[in-house]
Design a protein around this ligand. Structure first.
Ligand code: AMP
Ligand code: GLY
Length: 422
């Protein structure tokens, strides 16, 4: 089977690493990939949202399966493009179509869906500039802190949480006036949920689903969860506070109603679903849906899979997911993200990365790197994700941090407290 993975981050490197181990694989391509993915397949210089170019490459390279890493191509309709094209329609895409992708692409769509299927989530209202007055009344009725969410995709920056009511009203106006372009012309205001966050992941073929390991990610740039939000500074799986009993609630109240709700809406959903949850008094609530795997969650979820990921994914188009054996390793996986100094604000690229060959006992997944003149260079804010497995969180932590020290580039930074709260 010839497989094409779309994307260029740590998630895609991890998927490439895992899929390269499959006996079902003939050739692996990653578009555009990074300096890490090239060790497991061929990187293609291709923008995943340029569907015409994607079509050409898919046909030229006789691709049999396309795995979509990031949300952007999904929200823009890559699956629909394949399904409606005569030459592409028999080439399966792992990822939902445009309508299903609205679970991530529109907060309002997701909230309405959850309301309809009684999936627990924060109370909310949706507002535009025309209904700003009503929005203020709604804010008056809530207790601080105030949660404002741009309806559309805003590169992970569209959620603003404020303690002061007047500041919230003024931030709301700025958003509605186009702070995040079209994405914030509509804003969802939510009740604040006070709890701890954990994420669950499934692969679904539209009928059956497979529960993958859960993970906790560390979103803030600074130690002890301080400072600006990032794409994720580290992750751990399993999550001790997400025990069997809690997981059973997640399955019954959230995962299964979501999958049957999608079916009921006649949305053919074939791909990953990422449930961003918050645990409040031992009860799970949905904070957000994503229609893809998380990054860096993938870097701890996928290394814990025992079995053939490609075998699982290849069963999705024919809705045969339930026939594929797989299990989860009992070990803990922990990943530490090494980032460029300055991230998530301005940072420099093109720094030479040293010490990669000296890493022992960890996987190094490239998140933002390039390869030039035989050198691996930084090429993003998040640069490398150092994943280790261990019999305990401490063992995995110790391994990842030992190797994080060995790798060097100008202005490297990482949090030193990943997993220490668990
Ligand atoms: P989202 O992009 O929807 O995942 O939101 C980003 C982050 O904002 C989440 O990971 C939470 O930490 C926080 N957040 C979002 N919604 C809420 C809420 N209703 N209550 C408390 N925290 C929230
Ligand atoms: N780490 C959060 C995300 O992938 O959205």
């Amino acid at each position: 089977m010839n497989v094409l993975i779309l994307g260029s981050g740590g998630r895609e490197h991890t998927l490439a690493w895992k899929i390269a181990q499959s006996p079902l694989l003939t050739k692996l391509y990653i578009a555009p990939g990074n300096a890490g993915t090239k060790d497991f397949g061929t990187n293609l210089n291709l923008d995943p949202v340029n569907f015409e170019e994607l079509k050409q490459k898919t046909l030229d390279l006789s691709i049999n399966l396309v795995i979509v890493g990031p949300e952007d191509p999904l929200v823009k309709g890559v699956r629909d493009y394949f399904e409606s094209d005569k030459q592409l329609k028999n080439i399966p895409v792992i990822g939902p179509g445009k309508v299903g992708a609205q679970l991530e692409g529109s907060k309002e769509f997701a909230k309405k869906f959850m309301a309809k299927y009684q999936i627990p989530t924060a109370a909310y209202g949706t507002f535009t500039l025309e209904t700003y007055k009503e929005a203020c009344l709604f804010l008056d009725s809530l207790k601080a802190p105030y949660v404002l969410k741009a309806d559309g995709l805003a590169a992970g920056k569209g959620v603003i949480i404020l303690n002061n009511l007047d500041e919230a009203k003024s931030a709301l106006k700025t958003m509605l006036q186009g702070q995040f372009g079209q994405a914030s012309k509509k804003v969802v205001i939510e009740e604040f949920l006070d709890g701890i966050e954990v994420s669950y992941f499934v692969i679904t073929d539209g009928n059956h689903y497979v529960l993958l390991p859960e993970a906790k990610d560390y979103k803030r740039i600074g130690e002890k969860d301080t400072g600006l939000n990032t794409g994720g500074m580290g992750a751990v799986s399993p999550v001790p506070f997400a025990d069997k009993q809690f997981t059973q609630k997640v399955i019954e109240r959230i995962i299964e109603p979501t999958i049957s709700g999608l079916k009921n809406e006649q949305i053919t959903y074939q791909g990953f679903i990422f449930f961003g949850l918050i645990k409040v008094n031992n009860e799970p609530f949905v904070i957000e849906y994503n229609v893809r795997l998380g990054d860096p969650e993938t870097e701890v979820v996928i290394p814990r899979l025992d079995g053939d990921l490609l075998d699982l994914l290849a069963a999705v188009p024919n809705q045969k997911l339930h026939t594929v054996p797989f299990s989860i390793k009992p070990e803990t996986a922990l990943t530490v993200m090494i980032v460029s100094g300055g991230y998530p604000e301005a940072y420099e690229k093109g720094k030479t990365i040293e010490g990669l060959d000296n890493v022992k006992g960890s996987y190094v997944f490239h998140a933002g790197t390039s390869f030039k003149n035989n050198q691996v260079l930084t090429n993003g804010g998040r640069v490398l994700s150092i994943t280790s497995l261990g019999i305990s969180i401490n063992e995995a932590r110790e391994r990842s941090y030992r190797n994080a020290k060995i790798i060097n580039f100008d202005k490297k930074y990482y949090r030193t407290d990943i997993g220490s709260d668990l």
